[in-house]
Design a protein around this ligand. Structure first.
Ligand SMILES: C[C@](O)(CO)[C@H](O)COP(=O)(O)O
Length: 211
């Protein structure tokens, strides 16, 4: 719901995916009753739908959990087994179209999954629970993960069969256990969480619009 330039992040994320030219349909993994909060999405008709509401049985099983949201979104989308599914994160609403198509292409090219990543520029230290600072991590091996994560629909369905399926894109990458191919991310794929992030992304967008 966080507004950026007067629009909730979710709307920016949805329009970014639609404008990427490689997404046919978007299922918002949130209850349909919230749709009224996003009037700018309604103009996209059938291409943007909300996931099915949890049933009473789902609720008894913890329907608000992330894996339910993913299951529900997947069953609403009903993709074919070879289709590529993107699991996105609305906080990363300004990821460029080139990154969206890169993850799709990686899966079309044979990877089970793909995740955009950015190099880690800063020195990374481990601080333990006692507050003691330990050695430096080798940053050449570290990457910031971004979104969307792409995965073949049949692979995603398989990951969701167990009791504890992935709850979000981050967990999905972990469950892919080495089968996710990294593709170059982009600084615009930053997560927008705080007023500082909003200021950064708004400044970036205005600079680019006036350039
Ligand atoms: C990075 C992510 O897991 C998708 O791949 C997701 O965007 C969560 O990001 P965060 O770093 O936990 O905000």
């Amino acid at each position: 719901m966080l507004p950026v330039r007067g629009e909730p992040l979710l709307s920016h994320a949805v329009h970014g995916l639609l404008d990427s030219g490689c997404v046919d349909r978007i299922v918002v993994a949130g209850p349909a009753r919230h749709r009224a909060s996003y009037p700018s999405l309604t103009c996209d008709g059938d291409r943007v739908v909300f996931a099915a509401e949890p049933t009473q049985a789902d609720s008894a099983k913890g329907a608000n959990s992330g894996d339910h949201a993913l299951r529900s979104a997947l069953s609403t989308a009903a993709p074919g087994p070879d289709d590529v599914v993107l699991v996105h994160d609305a906080t990363r609403a300004f990821v460029p179209a080139s990154v969206v198509s890169a993850v799709v292409d990686a899966v079309r090219d044979g990877a089970a999954g793909a995740v955009p990543v950015e190099p880690v520029a800063d020195t990374v230290k481990v601080v333990d629970t006692e507050g003691i600072v330990h050695g430096t991590r080798d940053r050449s091996l570290l990457r910031h993960a971004q979104a969307p994560v792409a995965v073949r629909a049949d692979v995603l369905a398989e990951l969701l069969t167990g009791d504890a399926g992935p709850t979000d894109a981050a967990e999905l990458i972990t469950r892919l256990d080495g089968r996710a191919r990294p593709v170059p991310g982009d600084p615009h794929g930053m997560g927008v969480h705080t007023p500082f992030d909003v200021a950064v992304i708004e400044a970036l967008l205005s600079t680019e619009n006036t350039a």
